[in-house]
Design a binder for this molecule. Structure first.
Ligand code: CA
Length: 529
């Protein structure tokens, strides 16, 4: 009832000529409106939406086809690794191509992932939080999943394929490697990559780090029985799945990203001249530990450490993809989004990235979940934009549906959707975010919520030894009051502003409770993870 009233007020005010979208904040601290019960409430930006719809219509009239979408997802890259996010040369690996991408488009400073790989990768393809789909943590060797979570999910590649797109995933998948859960089983037309993370593959052949496994035939055989796939795989929807080269050495592992990048470059060139728009998700194997340098990139970073050489290599490939789009004449009809699937894995240091924030991968501190997010689209996104507006990587799902012209009524009404269509935020000159809150989960635990510059924690992940955020960490309840931080005053979440010092904690805590309540109406799925 309250929301309906609020919607009424906003519509009335919104129709006045003098209405400025910035002024919505005066209505209440929480500006979001629930338009449909099973969708995340949004901050209405009517003029912004309209302006961008017109901009897209003009582009469509010029090109005669829907825009292409290219996602570049790095594994475990820290917020502070790219130069444009404060790292680069300072952190021992300059990133000129990534920096150029940011300078040519929109750099997001409050872009959020889930705190580990599988949750992020599944969330961006389903538009739903991992706790809803059951994909709450990385699927590891030996895991027995009780039901295939994809069976009743409507995946983004399926929706885009149905809308006339060609859909390809290159690289790391990590959302299930058994039949029925592979990329080409869940909607992608084509898949070319490795199912697991680098370390899961290389541990079988890395005698220096895992001698107890590699040098013990009996243990190795037992491991192989449940071990993750180690072949490059090429699969087609409804067609063949071919196993190509096996990773037989750490040298092979070091070369994997070059093989994948060459493939994506070739496919981008082919798809650009094809008769369909395309959606390509390129998922790097690097910079997840353990990083082994490709001989062409060894020692090429300023730091000359394997991790830093891996950052350098990723940057080179980003440059190659942009060049391929440009040379093929589709740069002006392709949205490129660059990001990382979670914060740096500090447990693996020094084979780990850099974040200026507290915590790291595996935690719901900013260090675990705040990631680089760059939207680039020549001619459609103005250069040199930076925004601190909230963006959850799940919002990429909504942006892709918008660009492909897929209506949200294609999505089932009995499921709750957490994404927000942020197309107008990304594309409008001075565009503002339509997201009022980001929710942070750790497995099936609801941990925290960010609204504006505030973040409230009701549970926390505490490293029990310095930088051990996964392998020596515990999840704890907070005490009498939630831990409440003002991220503008204290980006590192070290000094709580406390419930007595700030008037907004009750509002942010209330938002968290309202979010929790959505699970009563739309129960989460348990897949046995
Ligand atoms: Ca990851």
């Amino acid at each position: 009832m309250f929301n309906l009233f609020k919607l009424f007020v906003i519509v009335i005010i919104g129709s006045a000529a003098s209405w400025a979208e910035d002024d919505q904040g005066i209505l209440s601290f929480d500006r979001s409106v629930s338009f449909t019960e099973n969708f995340e409430p949004v901050i209405p930006r009517l003029q912004q939406d309209q302006a961008v719809a017109e901009k897209l219509a003009l582009l469509h009239a010029r090109t005669g086809r829907r825009p292409n979408i290219l996602w570049l997802v790095v594994d475990d890259m820290g917020y502070g690794d790219p130069g444009c996010y404060g790292g680069g040369t300072l952190a021992g690996a300059s990133t000129p191509h990534i920096d150029r991408l940011a300078a040519g488009g929109l750099k997001l400073t409050s872009c959020y992932a889930q705190q580990t790989c599988t949750p992020t990768r599944s969330a961006i393809l389903t538009g739903r939080l991992p706790v809803r789909t059951g994909l709450t943590r990385p699927i590891l060797a030996g895991d027995k999943i009780t039901i295939n979570p994809w069976t009743d999910e409507v995946s983004l590649p399926k929706l885009l394929s149905d809308a006339g797109y060609f859909t390809l995933l290159t690289g790391k998948w990590h959302v299930g490697e058994s039949e029925g859960m592979r990329p080409h089983d869940v909607g992608f037309d084509e898949y070319y990559g490795y199912y697991p993370a680098q370390k899961e593959i290389s541990q079988r052949v890395d005698v220096r780090r895992f001698p107890g496994l590699v040098l013990n035939p009996e243990r190795l055989a037992a491991f192989e029985a449940v071990g993750p796939a180690d072949h490059l795989t090429h699969g087609f929807k409804g067609g063949e799945t071919k196993e190509l080269q096996q990773i037989r050495s750490i040298e092979d592992m070091g070369k994997a990203d070059q093989v994948l990048a060459d493939f994506t470059v070739k496919r981008l060139q082919e798809l650009a001249s094809g008769d369909k728009p395309f959606f390509v998700e390129h998922c790097f194997m690097k910079v997840h530990c353990d990083n082994f340098a490709h001989p062409d990139y060894a020692g090429k970073s300023e730091a000359k450490y394997p991790y830093k050489d891996a950052v350098h290599e990723v940057d080179v490939h980003v440059g190659s993809f942009l060049k391929a789009l440009d040379d093929s004449g589709v740069l002006e009809n392709t949205l490129v989004f660059f990001t990382s699937d979670n914060g740096p894995q500090m447990d693996g240091w020094p084979d780990a990235g850099y974040t200026p924030f507290r915590g790291a991968k595996g935690t719901t501190w900013e260090g675990g979940v705040r990631v680089p997010g760059i939207a680039y689209w020549k001619g459609m996104i103005s250069p040199n934009r930076t925004s601190d507006g909230l963006f959850d990587l799940m919002d990429l799902f909504g942006v892709a549906l918008n660009l492909a012209g897929v209506s949200s009524d294609k999505l089932p009404a009995d499921k709750y959707y957490d994404f927000i269509d942020q197309t107008s935020f990304l594309l409008a000159d001075g565009g503002q975010s339509k997201r009022e809150a980001v929710y942070f989960w750790w497995g099936t635990e609801l941990m925290a919520c960010r609204m504006k510059e505030y973040k409230v924690h009701v549970k926390i992940v505490m490293a029990e030894a310095p930088h051990m955020h996964i392998d020596l960490a515990t999840v704890r309840d907070v005490g009498l009051a939630p831990w409440f931080f003002n991220l503008y005053l204290d980006p590192k979440e070290e000094m709580t502003v406390g419930h007595r010092l700030d008037p907004w904690m009750a509002t942010v805590s209330g938002k968290l409770k309202a979010h929790g309540a959505t699970f009563k109406r739309y129960p989460p799925k348990n897949i046995g993870l």
